[in-house]
Design a binder for this molecule. Structure first.
Ligand SMILES: [Zn+2]
Length: 415
């Protein structure tokens, strides 16, 4: 095992100072050190995983607030009950291997032996406005840590393991002392009648059930980093697809950069747009958020090389512009809008010709963004008033009589 990825060498050198400043979490060899003063405090645990042989080759796991409690020679990682009717949940038992007056040295790999299947983002059209007590998991065998590094106060751990069928998985854990962003203003979703965002899992607040839209904090730029794997000849089309949402917002809130050397998705510091070889699935988008507020903390987009489609270079690039705008829409929290009628959003599926036209006439050109995208993203992100009854028609994935026909262009999976 190596300590941290190559690009964090500077951090390794600076570690003694960092340890003084941030004594909460530190890593050495296969073991992880935890400051005893952090016991019983809240941590945010975020998990994503790569499963190269599965239908979905990248997935997230529900983000959870957890605490660590000592019990003899082990730490129990507990998720405090989210509803009065649910019990506290013990999610992992982590052996303590060593101890000083101030610190515990814990065997993270021995304790983290399953991945919970619930995805981080949800929607009330899937499960209703209820938080089910659902803990189905993938059991991991043949486990070892690949690397442990730190990103500010965040501990970043990569683990390798196998599922029950023997397929190799790589799991990414981000563990951070929890601090809610005090300036982030959550957006409550009352229903999915007129527009749709991915939602936090329902929570009870003051006697009622609340679901928040998943969205970024726009007081800072939303930065997307283009992976070095995106061919040079396609990068302008990808940038155009991202910047479509600046047109929709009417403000330069999104910024596109080239990912620093060695940065690939997923990465703890960057929202990466990755480029993958064509498989029998479409491009996908994944977000992880603060479970209490819906603030998106990480986004990853995986473009399939087949997203360029057919035809001459210009048509291929226009098609790619549409696919990128669609996936970045998901990364900003937007759900599909499969309503039939005049084109009003990039969050629908289109046949190839229509997608090329949107890429050319709407995204590349100086034309303004489509009406649904413009009005909805400004309402949720900027608080601009909207008359929801006057919005273009809306319906999404699992709502009754909402079909994604023609299911041709953007994706062949649900994302
Ligand atoms: Zn989609």
């Amino acid at each position: 095992m190596r300590l941290g990825p190559g690009r964090s060498r500077v951090r390794d050198i600076a570690m003694p100072l960092a340890l003084l400043l941030l004594p909460a979490l530190a890593a050495a060899n296969d073991l992880v050190r935890l400051d005893k003063s952090r016991l019983e405090q809240q941590f945010l645990l975020q998990t994503s995983y790569e499963q190269p042989n599965a239908v979905q080759d990248f997935m997230t796991s529900r983000s959870r607030l957890v605490t660590f409690r000592r019990q003899g020679n082990a730490l129990r990682m507990v998720e405090p009950r989210r509803h009065e009717i649910h019990p506290h949940r013990m999610l992992a038992t982590i052996p303590i291997r060593d101890e000083t007056a101030r610190e515990l040295t814990i065997d993270f790999n021995a304790g983290f032996k399953r991945i919970f299947e619930q995805e981080d983002r949800t929607g009330e059209d899937y499960y209703g406005r209820l938080d089910r007590d659902y803990y189905a998991s993938i059991r991991l065998t043949d486990r070892h840590l690949l690397d442990v590094s730190r990103n500010g106060p965040m501990l970043v751990i990569r683990q390798s393991g196998r599922d029950e069928a023997g397929n190799r998985l790589i799991v990414h854990y981000y563990l951070t002392p929890y601090r809610r962003n005090p300036d982030f203003v959550p957006f409550e979703i009352e229903n999915l009648d007129h527009f749709g965002f991915y939602e936090t899992y329902p929570r009870r607040r003051a006697g009622r059930t609340v679901l928040y839209a998943m969205k970024f904090d726009v007081r800072q730029p939303i930065v997307f980093a283009l992976s070095a794997r995106i061919p040079a000849s396609r990068r302008q089309a990808v940038r155009d697809g991202v910047r479509y949402w600046n047109k929709a917002l009417g403000a330069e809130k999104l910024r596109v950069i080239d990912a620093p050397e060695g940065v690939t998705a997923p990465d703890a510091s960057y929202n990466v747009i990755e480029w993958l070889p064509e498989r029998d699935q479409g491009s996908t988008s994944h977000i992880q958020s603060d479970p209490l507020t819906g603030e998106i903390l990480h986004a990853n987009i995986f473009l399939r090389s087949g997203a360029v489609g057919e035809g001459n270079r210009a048509r291929q690039d226009d098609h790619l512009r549409y696919v990128v705008a669609h996936e970045v829409g998901h990364a900003l929290g937007l759900r599909h809008n499969f309503a039939h009628g005049p084109v009003s959003t990039v969050m629908n599926y289109f046949d190839f010709e229509q997608a090329v036209r949107i890429g050319n006439d709407v995204i590349e050109s100086g034309a303004e963004a489509l009406e649904y995208d413009r009005k909805v993203v400004r309402y949720v992100y900027l608080g601009e008033p909207v008359d929801v009854d006057a919005l273009p028609p809306f319906c999404t994935d699992n709502q009754a009589e909402c079909s994604s026909f023609p299911r041709l262009s953007a994706e062949r999976s649900r994302h």
